[in-house]
Design a protein around this ligand. Structure first.
Ligand code: PLP
Length: 427
């Protein structure tokens, strides 16, 4: 008899393209059938056939407090009882805006939106409106949501300007986006020397989490900051993933670099649709209703989402929160490395705060090309074997993983024992 999971997947494909509402959920990269989940608690979640899993995806980052954290759930319930949406200002929007400005000194003003995509798209438009320029720089392997201007891949050979990486993106739009290699200072210098006066913005994930995990080298981000200042371009840090995930000061605090604009999402909504973009007051004041750059949203700053975000941000400010989270995440990455190496598997791993990367290769990658050179087949075998063991990693070799405050040492040990069973069988 087919499992309920299989039945749901088959039926979903009839009504939803590919059976999923976001492509990476489809297991296309690893093969097999996506798992349908029905409930979660803490570090665990359960599929529709009642199998439990330790969750290292955390809804792709937001669930820093694990599933259904009692304080977040209570905040959501209380907010919902008072009305789901007003389409008018609320006191809690002010509260979260003030808090974000307090926690991130680079943010003087902030606007709330509903997804990271919206935040990225709005920040790009704002930077263009502010500078009166059209070109933007992005880096290969970074993902900033599915805005047309950002679904762009590098042009071939000597071509500077990008090509659409998705059908439906006009070539004219992509032609304004320059795609450079991550961590390549020389490429950056050359591009700014040539096009500096036309570059509205450079957008970067300061720790990339969409090509597995790749840390920016400090010199790379410093050069980016210097060149943007020198040429009057807006530096946008995409902290949708790293924001309140790598530390309370986010990646900009770790690197001690002040971007002009920051985009946030995931953790700031605690599992609800909430994101934000913010930064320098003089730039933010170009937004409607004050300025000429239009941006709006029916559900922006939704009170239920804001309640979940505030409850989450309250918890992460507890003393020692990030130290404990980082130590647990390291216990996982170092443990996996030891176990893999014991059985001669080409493997390394690293983490920043509560996010991590697992690589089936010998050395930590520094660029998209390095990540692409890792052994994808080995990852896929590992992924499926771990899934059997009840351990859920991201279903792709090119995604970062996440540990929550609810994962304990026992959960990590269970993960390491499972990995040992798997790697020992590969010998
Ligand atoms: C770094 C980064 N920026 C932007 C986005 C887009 O956010 P959303 O999926 O909320 O639109 C993502 C999503 O994974 C992301 O990882």
């Amino acid at each position: 008899m087919t499992s309920l999971n299989q039945q749901l997947y088959e039926l979903s494909q009839k009504y939803i393209p590919g059976g999923v509402n976001s492509p990476v959920r489809a297991f296309k990269s690893v093969g097999g059938t996506p798992v349908f989940f029905k409930r979660g608690q803490g570090a665990y979640f359960w599929d529709v056939d009642e199998k439990s899993y330790i969750d290292y995806v955390g809804s792709w980052g937001p669930l820093i407090l694990g599933h259904a954290h009692p304080k977040v759930v209570k905040a959501v319930q209380e907010a919902a009882q008072n009305g789901l949406s007003f389409g008018a200002p609320t006191e809690t929007e002010l509260e979260i805006a003030e808090l974000l400005c307090k926690l991130l000194p680079s943010i003087e003003q902030v606007r709330l939106v509903s997804s990271g995509t919206e935040a990225g798209m709005s920040a790009i438009r704002l930077a263009r409106g502010y500078t009166g320029r059209s070109h933007i720089i992005k880096f290969e392997g970074c993902y900033h949501g599915h805005d047309d201007a950002l679904l762009v891949k590098a042009g071939s050979g000597a071509l500077t300007f990008g090509h659409p990486s998705s059908a439906g993106v006009p070539a004219e739009t992509a032609a304004h986006t320059i795609v450079l290699s991550y961590n390549d200072v020389a490429g950056l210098e050359k591009t700014f020397n040539e096009f500096g006066k036309e570059i509205a913005a450079a957008i970067v994930e300061p720790v990339a989490g969409n090509m597995n995990l790749v840390k920016a080298e400090p010199d790379f981000l410093l050069a980016l900051r210097r060149l943007c200042t020198q040429h009057g371009s807006v530096l946008i840090f995409d902290e949708v993933m790293t924001g309140f995930r790598v530390g309370l000061e986010c990646a900009q605090g770790l690197y001690q670099i002040k971007p002009d604009l920051t985009i946030l999402g995931k953790v700031i909504g605690g599992g609800m649709p909430l994101a934000a973009f913010g930064g320098r007051r003089d730039i933010m004041q170009c937004l409607a209703p004050l300025g000429a750059v239009y941006q709006a949203g029916t559900l922006s700053g939704n009170p239920v989402a804001v309640a979940a975000g505030l409850a989450t941000l309250r918890e992460v400010q507890a003393p020692g929160f990030y130290e404990t989270l980082a130590a647990k995440t390291q216990q996982l990455t170092q443990g996996l490395t030891v176990v893999a190496n014991k059985y001669g598997v080409n493997f390394c791993a690293e983490s920043v705060g509560g996010m991590f990367g697992l690589y089936f290769c010998k050395e930590l990658p520094k660029s998209f090309a390095d990540v692409m050179a890792c052994d994808k087949e080995a990852f896929n075998r590992f992924f499926h074997a771990m899934l059997q063991e009840g351990i859920y990693f991201a279903p792709s070799a090119f995604e970062a993983g996440f540990v929550s405050a609810m994962h304990n040492s026992e959960d990590i040990d269970k993960t390491l024992f499972a990995a040992e069973r798997i790697f020992s069988s590969w010998v």
